[in-house]
Every structure is written in C-alpha cells, then in structure tokens.
Ligand binder design. Structure first.
Ligand SMILES: *Cc1c(COP(=O)(O)O)cnc(C)c1O
Length: 361
C-alpha cells in the first residue's frame, strides 16, 4: 500500500472508506435520458441577454450573503408565502446535507419512503445519522400505516417526502401525507418538490398550516440543472437555525445573477415543462402498447417501466447510444425497472426505436 493510501486509511472515517463515489456515466454522443434534465436550450435572445448580464458581474467580489434579490425573485416565481423564511442551497443536495449536519445528534434518525431519492440516505449516513427507509406499496404508493408505525418507533428528526417521488414518479396521496405531518409534531417533514414543474401540485400554500413542515424546491428539473440552486422554505424559527450550518457564500455570483434574470422569463421554462408533460403522456401511451412492458403513471419528467430483463434492456439501449437509468437493483420493489427521462420528441422516438430493438435482442 502506498504511503498516501495508508494515510487515507488512517484519517478517513470507515463510512467514507466503505462508500462508492456518486457514479455519473459518460454520456458523450448518447441520447441522454438518465438524469431528468430538461432537453431544451434557452431561446437565442434570452441567451444573448444572459451573456451580456453575466459579463458585468464583479467576479472579484464575494456574493452578498443575504442573497436578497435572488430570494425575492424566487419568492415571486415559486409563490412562497410571505410568512415563510427561505434558505438557499447549492442545489437541493446541499440543503439535504445541511439538514443532516444540523440534526446529527447521537442517535438521530432521518426517515423516508423507499424506493426514494438516494441522497436522503447517503447524506444522513455521512453526517452520522441513522437512516430508516419505509417500503412503499408494490404500486409505489405511500404505506401510511407503516410510515406512522416507523415514525412512532424511530422518532426521526426529519422525514423526507419527495412529491412527486423519484425514481417512481408517484404523487403520494396528500391527505395521507397531511395526516402524518399532523400526527408527528416532534418531527420536521421536508416535502421535496424537485419535480413540481411537471405536476403543478405544491405544498407551498400549506406551509402556514403546520409548524413542522418545510418545502424544498430546485431549479434543476425546470431546466437549470447546471446552475446548482435549490431552496428550502419553512418556519422562520427552524430556517434560522439551519442557516447557521450554511456556508456563507454557498451560491456563487454567476448563479445568483443568472437565476434572477432567468426567473424574470420563467414563462419560457414553464412552457418547456408543459411540452415535456404532454410528451410524457405520449411516450407513456407508446410504451404501454409494447408487449411485456409495464409503465407506471408519473407526475414527473420521467417514466418508470418494468421489463422482463432490465439489465439486458439497459445494455441493448446503451449499445444503440441511448442512456437511461437501470434502477432494478436499487430496491426489491424496483425489480426489472428502468427509469427514462422524457426528452424532446426526436429523442423519445430514438429511445422507443432502440428500446423495441433491445427487447428483441
Ligand atoms: C434531482 C433531485 C433533487 C436534486 O436537486 P438538485 O437541486 O439538483 O441538487 C432533489 N430531490 C429529488 C427528489 C430529485 O430527484
């Protein structure tokens, strides 16, 4: 073992040494339908406006940590109630990480339904919290009874509910979720609305109803994944504590200025989201017509489907230069499942053609 490898073994925690880095496959030259990105570019005129505005940014200065203008733009664009406080993250991933760090008392538990977003578990365990996953029903609905029992048993600091859920695309029953929130005042519920642009449903307007509710949003799935910008809105007494964990300059000045400008033209992104919603239903109908393929309802910009052999279908697609996500080994409920992001009509056509061929390999 090299001296540096020995040093790594000595200084890093066993959890870190035992982890795998978040794997991002090489997608060069592929139809990229694995990461829920918006496939559409910004209109030329808007790009020119953005370039001119970014050219004026004072890169020699630190961001102003209040981010007042950006937060005001987000409040307007995402209909955040005036009574709620807002904290920004370098993507919602960073907010999840801040929550884990802030809550990591000895024995602290973070809980979420499974299959769910992998960062809830990864981030909890990295911070030294215990993660409890509660299986969904086989149709990927919330198992309200099991959730209630697990919350009573483990008394989690935080429960994450992705609404809609990733990787299933399911929109859980809101009344079930509301009952869980009301029944567990000693737990913070974080509703993760990363896919809100594709469903229109939101908990934002219900923040005032529950003292233990926060709503998380991101601009990533809306079409700005490269900016890395997310937010959490919630009761001021909770957000002000969480804000102590936030690195003071966590959102950079280019992101700040770009987001303010693009939120003024949010209608452009909303229209793209509407196109993707319509295209999702077209794609779903075509997939549902294929023999041996089960496709699930989705309120997000992706579809979950089940095939007889997920690994073979994944490789067959990859050979034909289409990249999707093989989620079949993520959780036992996902056996045989692939997740495919909704692309442009041309991308979806290429996916469908490749998929039909792959099924016959
Ligand atoms: C993609 C995704 C996010 C990540 O958002 P970023 O803002 O890009 O970090 C958060 N939650 C869920 C459920 C997601 O699928």
């Amino acid at each position: 073992m090299s001296a540096s490898a020995k040093l790594a073994q000595r200084i890093f925690r066993a959890e870190v040494l035992g982890m795998h880095a978040y794997a991002v496959p090489d997608a060069r030259g592929m139809v990229k339908l694995d990461a829920m990105e918006n496939p559409y570019a910004l209109p030329e005129a808007l790009r020119a406006k953005l370039a001119a505005r970014l050219a004026e940014v004072a890169l020699n200065r630190y961001p102003v940590p209040s981010y007042a203008e950006l937060i005001a733009a987000l409040r307007a664009g995402m209909e955040i109630p005036a009574a709620a406080s807002v904290i920004l993250g370098n993507g919602s991933d960073e907010l999840i990480s801040m929550l884990s760090v802030a809550c990591a008392k000895p024995g602290a538990v973070m809980l979420a339904p499974l299959p769910g977003f992998v960062m809830y578990k990864m981030s909890a365990e990295l911070a030294g919290c215990r993660f409890v996953g509660v299986p969904l029903t086989p149709q990927f609905q919330l198992d309200a009874t099991a959730m209630r029992a697990a919350i009573a048993e483990h008394k989690p600091a935080v429960v994450y509910v992705a609404y809609p859920n990733n990787p299933t695309g399911t929109l859980f029953d809101a009344a079930d979720v509301a009952r869980l929130i009301a029944a567990a005042p000693a737990t913070l519920f974080v509703i993760d609305e990363a896919y809100q642009p594709f469903t229109g449903k939101t908990w934002m307007g219900r923040l005032g109803e529950f003292p233990n509710l926060a709503v998380m949003r991101t601009v990533s799935k809306l079409g700005l994944a490269g900016l890395r910008l997310g937010l959490l809105a919630g009761p001021p007494e909770l957000v002000s504590e969480l804000d102590k964990v936030r690195p003071p300059y966590n959102v950079n000045v280019l992101t700040e200025v770009a987001a303010v400008l693009l939120l003024e033209d949010k209608a452009v992104l909303d229209e793209q989201a509407a196109l993707l919603r319509a295209e999702r239903e077209t794609l779903r109908a075509e997939l549902a017509a294929l023999p041996g393929v089960e496709v699930f309802a989705s309120d997000a910009n992706f579809l979950l489907l089940r095939v007889p052999d997920a690994a073979a279908a994944f490789h067959g697609l990859r050979q034909r230069e289409v990249l999707v996500k093989n989620v079949s080994t993520m959780h036992e409920l996902l056996a045989g499942c692939l997740r495919v992001t909704v692309g442009t009509p041309e991308e979806n056509r290429r996916f469908l053609d490749a998929f039909q061929q792959a099924l016959q390999d």
